[in-house]
Design a protein around this ligand. Structure first.
Ligand SMILES: Nc1ncnc2c1ncn2[C@@H]1O[C@H](COP(=O)(O)OP(=O)(O)O)[C@@H](O)[C@H]1O
Ligand SMILES: [Mg+2]
Length: 286
């Protein structure tokens, strides 16, 4: 079942002359983790703001739970969780008070905030004012705020960006745990490793357009040009050579080293997700 169906969407900010989102189409199926991978300025946060109903001046069609986003009602927010790129909190209140306040805005059952704080290692800081929190602590707090009402659809804007590896690991595990619970998750990232590890499907986004959508594995295999690096002993010296996997059968030195048993190493160097991104968009992820 499609949870999100986006067809040919354009968006122009009032302050800018040109469209920032330029004809984007994709769909998201129930229970999948769908990622937007692209460099800074590509339009990831803008697209997320259209999906979460913050930007309603788009052209084209954005249907979520079978309702066009232009006509959504406030009820929508009972069903979605949003982790903003730069989360806002009440600085004079403690983390726990903030979570309790945000939980009170929902009509349904909410999760115990202390349990969530503990999961992301913030339980000992629960009674500290958020103004004293570091950026990484605010990011973890923003993430768990999105989970307070146990929503079926989650939007995560660069959830691990700027976190140390240990905390990024905790959040990634929690994202995968949400998927296991059957949640549908849309996340943005400029990190190919996160996209590869977390996402069932990834959309490559650059300059406000989507250049490809597929599983990370399929994207890496597309326009495949896998290189093989091998070494062998010849006249007592080690020789190193590189060859395309598809041409390995014609590499005379490789074939004779193979027959003579003089190969000392061989490994294939598959394209990374960023290699494919560069070949499709003409630019990198940084
Ligand atoms: N409120 C705004 N008004 C005008 N331009 C904006 C606004 N917000 C973002 N932009 C521009 O839109 C483009 C896409 O931004 P954004 O969606 O934040 O990209 P990303 O999240 O991929 O880094 C950038 O060029 C950015 O400067
Ligand atoms: Mg962004």
């Amino acid at each position: 079942m499609k949870v999100i169906d986006v067809q040919d969407v354009y968006l122009k900010y009032r302050a800018s002359k040109q469209d920032t989102i330029r004809g984007i189409s994709f769909d998201v199926r129930e229970g999948e983790i769908f990622g937007f991978l692209g460099p800074s300025g590509a339009g990831k946060s803008t697209m997320q703001k259209i999906l979460t109903g913050t930007l309603r001046d788009y052209r084209g069609s954005v249907r979520i739970f079978d309702t066009e986003m232009k006509y959504r009602t406030r009820d929508y927010y009972e069903h979605i969780g949003v982790d903003f790129e730069f989360p806002n909190f009440y600085g004079k209140f403690t983390a726990l008070e903030n979570l309790q306040y945000f939980a009170s805005l929902y009509s349904g059952r909410t999760v115990n905030p202390l349990e969530l704080l503990e999961k992301v290692g913030l339980h000992l800081d629960a009674d500290k004012k958020v103004s004293s929190y570091s950026k990484g602590m605010k990011m973890r707090l923003g993430f768990i705020r999105a989970l307070l009402h146990n929503p079926q659809l989650l939007f995560l804007d660069e959830p691990t960006s700027g976190l140390d590896p240990a905390n990024a690991r905790i959040l990634k595990d929690m994202i995968l745990e949400q998927k296991k619970l059957g949640k549908t998750i849309i996340l943005t990232t400029h990190n190919m490793h996160d996209a590869e590890e977390l996402c069932d499907r990834v959309a490559f986004i650059a300059a406000g357009t989507v250049k490809a959508v597929d599983s990370p594995h399929a994207l890496r295999k597309s326009n495949a040009d896998t290189q093989v690096e091998y070494s062998y002993l010849a006249d007592g010296k080690e020789q190193l050579n590189v060859c395309r996997l598809s041409k390995l059968a014609c590499a005379a030195d490789f074939q004779s080293a193979l027959k003579e048993g003089t190969l000392t190493s061989i490994h294939s160097k598959e394209q990374t997700l960023e290699d494919v991104f560069i070949s499709l968009t003409g630019r990198g992820l940084q």
